[in-house]
Design a binder for this molecule. Structure first.
Ligand SMILES: Nc1ncnc2c1ncn2[C@@H]1O[C@H](COP(=O)(O)OP(=O)(O)O)[C@@H](O)[C@H]1O
Ligand SMILES: [Mg+2]
Length: 283
């Protein structure tokens, strides 16, 4: 099972959108995907309609060490896509983990519960520096950080997200390597030359930064993303062809390119994904 966290110390950059759409696409490719919603605001938890709701969620997992998968993982209507719901409405987990000796390693230590049942775990996080965020990163084999092509977003990335990666580096002494951070440039306006310039500047800035890689795929700003969220569907099912007269590639092609870049081992499976619900999979 691969574990990927989607992180940023900034809100509104597209973390939840990325988690939902990557998860939905990879599930449609026939892999078993578990979403973990670590945000106090349960945006990812409410993205997809649930086919069956587990009695517990993230709170039972992290506070009570609940080990029974059936009590933790809810099923979404997307075949192969499950979610551990965010149910820490009062934000108690962060304080709890702050004072627990194993706090930052708790998720990492709990991964064996999920290991046999999923190919991929995608962890969505809150847009602020917190113990939960550090815990997510320490459990991950790789981290994806969406960044919008604006200079303020780039500065916050340096100040917040890169600092976080630096701060957890001492865990090396426990044999835990901090994950490679993949920057995903999101909401690129297809015709704005300013956005294009900032995109180039971002690539330039991070070219020499160890542990950071700017992804070759970037995500255009298109209304298919909010529309897919409204419909509760992964975006590749909503826009599988480029609408005539638009410059941006179809969302299906963008998500496929992103998934292929992050998970080259599944590239062949990704090639077969269409915008339709996979045959014989619907319940
Ligand atoms: N590439 C995109 N094009 C258009 N809208 C987007 C794009 N990415 C995200 N959005 C929209 O931006 C808003 C914030 O995205 P979200 O994923 O919730 O951010 P975060 O989880 O980082 O706070 C949502 O309304 C989402 O639909
Ligand atoms: Mg979010």
């Amino acid at each position: 099972m691969q574990v990927v966290s989607i992180i940023s110390t900034k809100g509104g950059v597209g973390k939840t959108t990325t988690a939902a759409n990557l998860g939905g696409f990879i599930a449609d490719a026939g892999l078993r995907v578990l979403l973990l919603d670590l945000d106090i605001q349960p945006t990812l938890s409410s993205y997809f309609t649930l086919a069956s709701r587990a009695p517990g969620g993230i709170y039972e997992l992290l506070a009570f060490n609940e080990q029974d998968l059936a009590r933790l993982a809810s099923r979404t209507v997307i075949e192969g896509l499950d979610v551990v719901l965010s149910n820490d409405a009062n934000g108690q987990l962060n304080t709890l983990l702050l004072h627990a000796p194993d706090g930052r390693l708790r998720l990492r230590n709990l991964l064996p519960i999920f290991q046999p049942y999923y190919d991929l775990m995608l962890v969505d996080t809150q847009g602020a520096r917190s113990v939960l965020l550090e815990m997510a990163v320490l459990a991950s084999g790789l981290a994806v950080s969406p960044v919008t092509p604006e200079i303020l977003a780039a500065r916050e990335l340096r100040r917040g997200t890169l600092q976080l990666i630096e701060d957890i580096a001492p865990y090396r002494h426990l044999g835990i390597e901090p994950p490679l951070l993949h920057l995903l440039i999101n909401r690129v306006h297809p015709v704005s030359s300013n956005a294009r310039q900032i995109q180039q500047a971002l690539r330039q800035i991070f070219r020499e930064q160890a542990g950071v890689q700017v992804l070759g795929t970037d995500i255009p700003a298109i209304e298919a993303y909010p529309r897919a969220a409204t419909l509760g569907l992964p975006v590749h099912r909503v826009e599988s062809r480029r609408p005539s007269g638009l410059l941006a590639p179809a969302a299906l092609d963008t998500v496929r390119a992103l998934a292929s870049e992050l998970f080259p081992q599944w590239r062949e499976r990704f090639a077969g994904v269409t915008g339709r619900e996979p045959h014989g999979k619907s319940a």
